[in-house]
Write a protein that binds this ligand. Structure first.
Ligand code: SF4
Length: 258
């Protein structure tokens, strides 16, 4: 079962990257902006996060120093469009406190920590669950961890790769094991494959950003792309109710289609 599932996941990656090309995650100019976005995106749509990030950018607050110095009330006001603004303001302040206390305020030092150590520390922070911790590790720090979201779990269940009740870590382990086996493919398979975007699809990748275009280890790049591609499938085809399997690049892999 696991062997079939891993083979399938590798085939999904190949099919999606062939259909859509790079997705350019994460849309941010700095590692800190990724972290702020990872907090703000909890329980809200990315369009709302963009408004909040735009407010922070206009106010010159997308830096560690600025978040450290701003009042909680002002931070709440600026991130209000992202919802749960009181909680999120408090949590952003807590993150900066953690960074200061544990790593002298340096993201570089923080990301030099071993993946497991840092993941455990992030998970210990108020308001940081596995998806947020892994988004920070992967997209801000280039640590090779795969980000699992509701779309990943939905697709895995609908394609009978895992039961619907699979835990986050179980899904993550399966995808990591599967995708780590393609790390030796030519690098053109995993990034800068713009020519692969040959079909008109409803999927729209983010425009390239400084963070999305940065050099990173191949495995981190594969995990980066796969998460972005899965979000594309989930947003445009694999909706919670009434999935639109016709037209979905993964349709030929549906158990009922075989
Ligand atoms: S929309 Fe259909 S084919 Fe596409 S991933 Fe979901 S279940 Fe599979």
């Amino acid at each position: 079962m696991q062997v079939r599932a891993k083979k399938e996941i590798r085939a999904y990656y190949a099919a999606l990257i062939q259909a859509w090309g790079p997705q350019h995650w994460w849309p941010a100019e700095s590692a800190f902006e990724v972290i702020v976005g990872a907090y703000l995106t909890q329980n809200t749509a990315w369009t709302n996060v963009e408004k909040a990030l735009g407010n922070l950018r206009s106010a010159g607050l997308l830096t560690i120093k600025a978040i450290r110095g701003v009042s909680v009330a002002e931070l709440q006001r600026l991130i209000r469009p992202a919802g749960y603004f009181r909680l999120k303001a408090e949590r952003l302040k807590l993150f900066v406190d953690f960074l200061d206390t544990k790593y002298g305020g340096s993201l570089n030092r923080m990301f030099e920590a071993p993946t497991k150590t840092l993941r455990d520390e992030l998970l210990g922070l108020n308001g940081v669950g596995p998806e947020t911790a892994d988004s920070i590790l992967l997209y801000a720090g280039n640590h090779p961890v795969f980000v699992v979201d509701a779309y990943t779990q939905r697709i895995a269940a609908r394609h009978q790769l895992l039961p619907e009740s699979a835990r986050y870590e179980e899904t993550q382990h399966l995808f990591q094991e599967a995708l780590s086996a393609i790390v030796n493919l030519p690098v053109s398979h995993v990034r800068n494959n713009e020519s692969a975007r040959r079909r008109e699809t409803p999927n729209r990748a983010h425009p390239p950003s400084r963070m999305s275009s940065a050099e990173r280890p191949t495995l981190a790049q594969i995990y980066n792309e796969m998460h972005g591609l899965i979000v594309g499938v989930g947003k445009h085809y694999c909706r919670k109710s009434q999935p639109e399997c016709d037209g979905c690049p993964l349709r030929s892999f549906l158990p009922s289609h075989k």
